[in-house]
Design a protein around this ligand. Structure first.
Ligand SMILES: [Ca+2]
Ligand SMILES: [Ca+2]
Length: 223
């Protein structure tokens, strides 16, 4: 009996496992090589309706900045993107062109963010993980907003989420706040995680075990 309880606890620990050092990578874009290729010179920018891994879903498009633009370099490499793009009104949204197939497990979306100006209200970036196949509107798995100022430099933003079943997910970004062609900058979008396939029976057994623990606690508290 003791042994089976230990095994069950081991299973529960796995269910609650966070994304660890050996997490696998499921998506990455640092905007260094794009299709179509960026032809803007260093210090210039160019707006795209589609990139290799992204499509515009609102506003004029995805602004790819090449080299140092207005004194700001990419977090990594030569290129970064801005979603308060051109022409005004510039606030734009983009999402992954293709769904990303994930198993049940624990995952983390991360990206590097920098507010381009000294005014946080114009530098907002909304981000979201959504279920591509759930089209009835209630498809949000996780979301957040990054909003900060230039002086804070590049910051790594993270969004942890868990999936209890295999899901095709998409990644979404949108510029929010004052619509003035100056916004938040984004680089190195990454999705990592640890899939934990769990048979339905394991969930049921885990629930039953929690029930037993509860009974045992109630009994011992009476002594
Ligand atoms: Ca880059
Ligand atoms: Ca803005």
């Amino acid at each position: 009996m003791k042994k089976s309880v230990l095994v069950a606890f081991g299973g529960l620990a796995l269910l609650g496992a966070s994304v660890g050092a050996n997490a696998a990578s499921y998506f990455f874009d640092g905007f260094e090589s794009t299709t179509p290729a960026i032809t803007a010179n260093g210090g210039q920018w160019q707006v795209f309706n589609e990139l290799t891994k992204w499509k515009t879903v609102g506003g004029p498009g995805i602004e790819v900045q090449n080299g140092v633009v207005d004194g700001i370099a990419a977090y990594d490499g030569e290129r970064k993107i801005e979603l308060d793009s051109h022409p005004a009104p510039g606030n734009s949204a983009m999402e992954t062109k293709n769904g990303i197939d994930l198993l049940a497990g624990s995952y983390t979306l991360s990206f590097w963010y920098l507010g381009r100006t000294a005014t946080a209200e114009t530098n907002g970036i909304n981000y979201k993980i959504f279920n591509v196949d759930d089209v009835d509107g209630d498809n949000v798995i996780g979301f957040g907003t990054a909003e900060d100022v230039l002086a804070k430099n590049w910051q790594k933003i993270k969004l942890d989420f868990n999936l209890t079943a295999a899901t095709k997910i998409g990644i979404y970004f949108a510029a929010v706040g004052t619509d003035d062609t100056y916004g938040g900058l984004v680089d190195n979008v990454r999705l990592v995680g640890t899939p934990v396939p769990v048979p339905a029976a394991a969930w049921l057994f885990g629930s039953a075990l929690m029930g037993l623990v509860g009974v045992a606690r109630r009994r011992s508290s009476k002594v």
